[in-house]
Design a protein around this ligand. Structure first.
Ligand SMILES: [Zn+2]
Length: 604
């Protein structure tokens, strides 16, 4: 039975370009796991979108002197280009600024209200008399009254991670330099303390497979501090309207932390609408057998392991009653394989200092699979990692090119030359095996086991270990060729050489599948060299969607179900004597000069 797998990837803020840290943090691991499950024949849905609301976006608009809508779309379009370049195969990459997302977010809000988890309360907020408006979170900065960090936002300290009470901020100052005064304001709060027992139970149930770093950030944090109520509305006029009369008119909107995560639910609903099957999203959201994976960076752990499940459990069956009169509860995340951070040449990545490797820029100089390879072997799964240009060049040349690329190219070219463009035919009357030697059988058995070992690592989202296993198998095939030496055997005993080359081709054809989730572009090329006519994967495309808020562009993924066999995660069944296409090298060796050139770009 195919499993239903939802791959939910963190929503990037529409105020900055995406860099390698973001890619290895969430987008790439999500895509690798998605591609693996697709090859296995599971029903996969990959969603995310641009977080178009919130103060990072309005501040960027203020800075650039342009309308907010224009600014979010500029970054959004860049994201779509980057994901196509890197092959991040979203079934739907949308935005939070859609009619559908508004409706779904408002329904969750109302469901929580109906179930008694919302209340209103008054608090003090910074107000600018000259601008005649409240200045929420990032508009006011000051010194954190808990840890003393000087760049704290008025509502949260990015240094110690604590939620702050604006009126306690030390030395508050507004971003635009205007004078500040404290004024009373009223907001809706989510009473998380009431949901704490449910959240704890949820985390305890999942703790056996959640990463240690993830459990530490969530369960241990709740045990130490408890879940406290949080405001879910604020004084800002850009965002999702509050579905209670009078509130939106008063210049308030739903708080972005509350609504952006709801995208994991609204995006599948939008995808269903675009796919013409309105009920399809239920397979990943109401079906208790479905598994949801959340790919995020460590700064977002608490939102995804505690606040988001609390929202879902609090809304419960009430959401569907409001949304479409059904009364089933929504399911909660299965795994949250959050990554730590990637640094760059020993320093934190910083966009403002241009201490970054930007995704779209890197694609102008390097092939996507070369970047995907280094970002996978260097993925910050359990601790921070470091992008180092010398290491990038070394691992590209010594592993990707020397161990894997040369293996595939050498064997395919040899077969293509000596067997006139065909796989050596070692069968008798089409029957296999014909006197395959023990060494041949052993190699193919080892490769076959790789589907279990690499697959198990992928299921558990241990992606570094998974690609390491695949590379080890490529080394094993190289050793097999050293032992059997078909390059010299061809001169004395072509039949022996044929056995070796047939076996090696079959092993490489299998390795192609094992590498495909990580290196989809070159695996697809290799697949064609082997003469297959159907592709391994579907294709990406963009589409304009129009609703009452305007037109937004989305990224989608199309699979021709008739063209792609449902189960491809299995050892090669390469036919002796089948036709090959002319091979070419899969990867490029990089010159050492790249290291200095790239280092010279940093911080400029
Ligand atoms: Zn602090």
């Amino acid at each position: 039975m195919p499993e239903n797998i939802l791959i939910a990837i963190a929503w990037p803020y529409a105020n900055a370009e995406i860099h390698v840290g973001n890619i290895t943090g969430s987008h790439l691991p999500g895509d690798i796991v998605a591609r693996y499950h697709r090859l296995k024949g599971n029903n996969v849905l990959v969603v995310s979108g641009t977080d178009s609301h919130g103060t990072p976006v309005t501040l960027a608009a203020d800075k650039e002197g342009r309308p907010v809508e224009e600014v979010y779309k500029k970054y959004h379009d860049g994201f779509l280009e980057l994901f196509q370049g890197f092959g991040i195969t979203y079934d739907l990459f949308t935005t939070t600024h859609t009619e559908n997302h508004f409706k779904v977010s408002q329904s969750i809000f109302l469901a929580l209200k109906e179930n008694g988890f919302l209340y209103t309360d008054k608090s003090m907020q910074w107000y600018s008399p000259s601008a005649k408006r409240f200045l929420p979170d990032r508009y006011v900065e000051g010194t954190c009254y808990i840890c003393g960090y000087e760049g704290a936002r008025s509502d949260q300290c990015d240094n110690c991670g604590n939620v702050l009470e604006p009126e306690k901020l030390i030395n508050p100052r507004s971003k635009d330099g205007s004078a500040l005064e404290l004024r009373e304001t009223e907001h809706f709060y989510l009473d998380l303390s009431k949901l704490e027992p449910d959240v704890k139970k949820f985390l305890e149930e999942r703790s056996p497979h959640l990463r240690d770093t993830v459990i530490g950030e969530s369960l241990r944090k709740i045990e130490a501090e408890g879940l406290k109520p949080r405001p879910i509305t604020r004084d800002l006029d850009w965002g999702v309207p509050i579905p209670i009369e009078g509130w939106t008119e008063a210049g308030k909107r739903i708080y972005v932390w509350f609504e952006a995560v709801i995208g994991y639910l609204s995006a599948p609903i939008e995808w269903s609408q675009l796919s013409g099957n309105l009920e399809a999203w239920r397979e990943w959201w109401v079906n208790p057998e479905a598994k949801q994976f959340h790919f995020i960076g460590k700064d977002n752990i608490f939102f995804h392991t505690s606040l988001w499940p609390a929202q879902l459990m609090g809304a419960g069956s009430q959401f569907l009653k409001i949304f479409d009169e059904d009364d089933k509860p929504l399911i909660v995340p299965y795994d949250v394989p959050a990554n730590q951070f990637m640094n760059l040449e020993g320093q934190k990545i910083s966009g403002s200092r241009n201490w970054a490797v930007w995704g779209r820029d890197a694609l102008t100089r390097y092939d996507p699979d070369a970047l995907r390879y280094y970002l996978t072997v260097n993925m910050p799964e359990n601790k921070d990692s470091d992008w180092d240009w010398a290491e990038f060049v070394a691992r590209n040349n010594n592993e990707l090119v020397a161990t894997w690329g040369n293996l595939a190219n050498r064997v395919l070219s040899f077969a293509y030359k000596h067997w006139e463009g065909h796989v050596p035919d070692i069968s008798t009357d089409g029957q296999l095996p014909v006197a395959m030697r023990d060494i041949d059988k052993q190699l193919l058995e080892t490769i076959k086991n790789g589907f279990n070992t690499v697959g198990a690592e992928l299921e558990a989202v241990h992606l570094r270990a998974a690609i390491g296993e695949a590379m080890k198998l490529a080394t094993t095939v190289n050793q097999y060729l050293d032992q059997t030496a078909p390059w010299s055997a061809i001169k004395t005993n072509k039949e022996e050489a044929a056995k070796t080359i047939y076996t090696a081709l079959k092993a490489i054809d299998s390795l192609k599948i094992l590498f495909a989730p990580f290196l989809p572009f070159t695996s697809e090329r290799l697949h064609r060299f082997f003469g297959y006519e159907t592709p391994l994967f579907g294709e990406q495309y963009t589409e304009d969607v129009t609703d009452s808020l305007g037109t937004h562009k989305v990224l989608r993924y199309r699979v021709r179900r008739d063209a792609i066999p449902p189960h491809q995660w299995k050892p090669s069944e390469l036919k002796p004597g089948s036709e090959l296409n002319e091979p070419a090298p899969l990867f490029k060796k990089l010159d050492e000069s790249v290291i200095d050139e790239e280092r010279a770009r940093l911080g400029k």
